[in-house]
Design a protein around this ligand. Structure first.
Ligand SMILES: *Cc1c(COP(=O)(O)O)cnc(C)c1O
Length: 351
């Protein structure tokens, strides 16, 4: 053993879905948008003045914040921007979860939450979802050091009604409640409307899913000014210029094109309904989805075997070999053509 080995911080990292560089695959494993970003993004990048790259980016992000204000009822001092919502969430954990009591989140949820807790030495407790994979608000009413809930939840795709989120807030006035809304644009109702009433609420969203910009790495939190100031202070103790100027430009262009965004969401929701219906004709039971992915199971099919079969045919979906969900597949809603290929190959497997 080397003498420095025990001085190195040991962490078990989050493992993202694979990004295979193979042509002609149908990639339905990481919940990216199947459509390109708004044409306005291409225009903004083409017209971008490269000479600007000589300077550090603006950390005020005025244009991007103005673009977001088109859609959300917030002021600039209620917006916190970061490199993807993963970075925003990590900074939220570091800033807001600082208690002797455990932070609460569902047992089946985004598997980054426990990774951040371990990284920052935050105590946590996993709260089981019910047998229908639903979150029970009452389970979050006891003493805790903070709460984080993905709504819609991942990988279950189930969305909690806003009333349930509000009940959790009403019963947790002394801790910070983070609602991770990565998938809110596919049928859910955002908790943004509760920001006026609850100064302990943080709503986190991303450009990676409904705005088709996973590659540009932009996410944001919306919260009261006090919480945003606290986030800024932690971020500025780490890296002041987090968001590069090209990403700010591209994200602002996407947020300004509200019509294209609405269109994309509607197309994905329509394809989702068809996908669930066609799979149900093949014996699949799918949880009610408010996301751009589905979580589905079939009593007569081993999920792991179907996963491998699809993979061998160039259709990549996500399989989690974990308690309670090892007979389910998480499948991103693709284009209509991609969903046709998926259904075709599933048919071949089911026979
Ligand atoms: C995709 C996802 C995110 C973050 O994605 P970014 O690309 O980092 O913005 C956050 N939470 C959940 C539940 C997600 O699925």
């Amino acid at each position: 053993m080397k003498l420095w080995e025990d001085k190195i911080r040991q962490v078990v990292p989050y493992v993202p879905g694979e990004q295979p560089q193979i042509k002609n695959i149908v990639k339905l494993n990481t919940n990216e948008c199947p459509y390109p970003p708004s044409p306005m993004v291409e225009k903004a990048i083409r017209e971008y003045n490269t000479a600007e790259l000589r300077k550090y980016p603006s950390f005020v992000c005025r244009e991007l914040k103005a673009a977001l204000r088109k859609t959300y009822p917030v002021t600039d001092d209620m917006l916190f921007l970061g490199n993807g919502s993963d970075e925003v969430l990590a900074l939220c954990f570091m800033t807001f979860f600082n208690s002797d009591k455990p932070v609460l989140f569902p047992d089946i949820t985004y598997s980054f939450y426990d990774v951040w807790c371990d990284l920052y030495n935050i105590k946590y407790k996993r709260v089981p979802v019910n047998e229908k994979f639903e979150i029970t608000p009452e389970d979050y009413f006891g003493e805790n050091g903070g709460i984080v809930i993905a709504n819609p939840n991942a990988p279950t795709s189930i969305c909690m009604p806003l009333e349930s989120i509000e009940r959790i807030l009403q019963n947790n006035r002394n801790v910070i409640v983070i609602v991770d809304e990565a998938y809110i644009d596919f049928g859910g109702e955002s908790a943004v409307s509760l920001l006026d009433k609850y100064d302990n609420l943080v709503v986190v969203q991303t450009f990676s899913k409904s705005r088709a910009l996973a590659g540009i790495r932009v996410g944001y939190a919306m919260a009261g000014k006090e919480l945003v100031d606290a986030l800024e202070a932690v971020k500025n103790s780490f890296n002041s210029y987090t968001l590069n100027s090209l990403s700010q430009t591209a994200a602002a262009a996407a947020a300004n094109d509200v019509e294209y965004w609405e269109d994309c969401r509607k197309k994905i929701m329509a394809t989702r309904s068809r996908m669930i219906k066609e799979l149900s004709e093949l014996g699949f039971e799918t949880l009610p989805s408010s996301a751009n992915f589905i979580f589905t199971t079939n009593k007569n099919v081993k999920a792991a075997e179907l996963f491998e079969f699809l993979r061998s045919k160039g259709v990549i979906v996500r399989y989690f070999n974990k308690p309670r969900i090892s007979e389910y597949l998480r499948i991103t809603v693709g284009t209509d053509g991609e969903v046709d290929r998926l259904v075709e190959e599933v048919k071949n497997f089911v026979g």
